[in-house]
Ligand binder design. Structure first.
Ligand SMILES: *Cc1c(COP(=O)(O)O)cnc(C)c1O
Length: 380
């Protein structure tokens, strides 16, 4: 790429270009909806800024694709989403407390009630408003993270006055090992969930919801009335097979700042962890661990120029990485040239494997300093 090209492409100020394909996210939504069949609604989890990809553009594209039920983790995220989508059902997974009940009710947010204190806070808000407030109720089936314990489920079933003023839209639970279809915990959680639904039936919950992305692929018994995929929408492989059924949704391209040819054998980067030989060519990119390019990718990540692998060598530093570009022609490695860090030939899951983590962490860590471009959807 000629040196003037990057200016035309408009990334001159940033160290990397992140391109988010909203049409691919919409296609993944429709694909997951298709797996579910007509009696199960497909929601979308857009917590943590839509897994780092941008809450507003992503949620807008999902709404256009037909999604009507959204899940966020925090009240603040729900309030932000409400500005964009006045008519969406917005559920707050981490629930509600005395400090947030009023603004949640005013904004029409629906909390997931995870413990008796949250139940009390939301029922209290309903009483103060002399109104009926919608809620979801989470039961714990084996995560031991959020949700009513089996004993709390029994106690609640015996005291229906505690949900007076609440319209229970759904009882939900969350799977711990859904990406591994052979894990016996899946079936155990399903059985515990069904038992809890039976016990809570007198409270007349309208619906049930168990499946995250991977749960959808466990089959119809896990689908119930409403699914809550996040990761698969964004292109993360929901299963354990090598080929993901989902479309990739992002491309991350780092910008070359400088390229050098090693004349005397010497080391590269902090800690002198990579030894470069005479004649080797090293390019430095404006991406570092401050941009979510995890330090554990030191000496282990792959990058690509025109489909040719150019490995990361040396340590990842805060704002920079170094790659060995000896295998590609010099004219492809001039300052301003873009190097593929995440893309079709090297997916989020591939980079996560090299980092010793999962795609979820790679996505949610993605830098705030990148130049971001949105393709398709309702983007301009
Ligand atoms: C994050 C989350 C999801 C989405 O999970 P994915 O694996 O990203 O599909 C669903 N339900 C709950 C309760 C969650 O916390």
């Amino acid at each position: 790429m000629p040196p003037s090209d990057h200016r035309r492409r408009g990334v001159s100020g940033a160290g990397a270009l992140l391109t988010v394909d909203l049409d691919a996210i919409a296609a993944n939504y429709r694909q997951l909806s298709g797996y579910l069949g007509p009696s199960t609604e497909c929601g979308a989890v857009v917590k943590a800024d839509a897994y780092g990809l941008g809450l507003e553009p992503v949620a807008g594209a999902l709404w256009t694709a037909g999604c009507r039920s959204f899940f966020v983790a925090l009240t603040q995220e729900g309030l932000r989403l409400r500005e964009l989508l006045p008519d969406a059902a917005i559920h707050v997974l981490n629930g509600v407390d005395a400090d947030t009940a009023q603004e949640m009710a005013a904004a029409g947010l629906v909390p997931v009630l995870n413990h008796p204190g949250q139940l009390e806070a939301w029922a209290g808000e309903a009483q103060a408003r002399a109104a009926t407030l919608p809620a979801m109720l989470q039961v714990d089936t084996g995560m031991n993270r959020l949700g009513l314990s089996a004993a709390e489920v029994d106690a609640l079933a015996g005291a229906p006055e505690r949900v007076v003023g609440l319209a229970l839209d759904a009882v939900i639970s969350h799977l711990a090992c859904a990406e591994d279809p052979d894990n016996p915990l899946n079936g155990e959680q399903l059985a515990r969930f069904e038992a809890a639904l039976k016990i809570l039936a007198p409270l007349r919950p309208r619906r049930a919801s168990l499946a995250n992305s991977s749960g959808i692929f466990l089959g119809a018994p896990f689908h119930f009335d409403l699914a809550r995929p996040g990761a698969a929408l964004y292109g993360i492989n929901p299963g354990t097979s090598d080929t993901s059924p989902m479309s990739q949704t992002i491309k991350l391209q780092g910008k070359i700042l400088q390229t050098r040819t090693i004349d005397t054998p010497s080391t590269v980067g902090y800690g002198a962890t990579h030894r470069a030989e005479r004649g080797q060519r090293i390019a430095t990119l404006g991406v570092g661990y401050a941009d979510g390019f995890l330090r554990s990718l030191s000496n282990s990540a792959s990058a690509f120029i025109g489909g040719v692998r150019v490995p990361v060598v040396g340590r990842v530093s805060m704002d920079l990485i170094t790659i060995d570009v000896t295998a590609v022609p010099a004219e492809a490695t001039l300052p301003g040239a873009l190097v593929d860090l995440i893309g079709p030939e090297h997916t989020v899951d591939d980079l996560a494997r090299e980092a010793g983590t999962i795609g979820y962490e790679v996505l949610t860590a993605l830098g705030r300093r990148f130049e971001r471009r949105y393709l398709g959807g309702n983007a301009s």
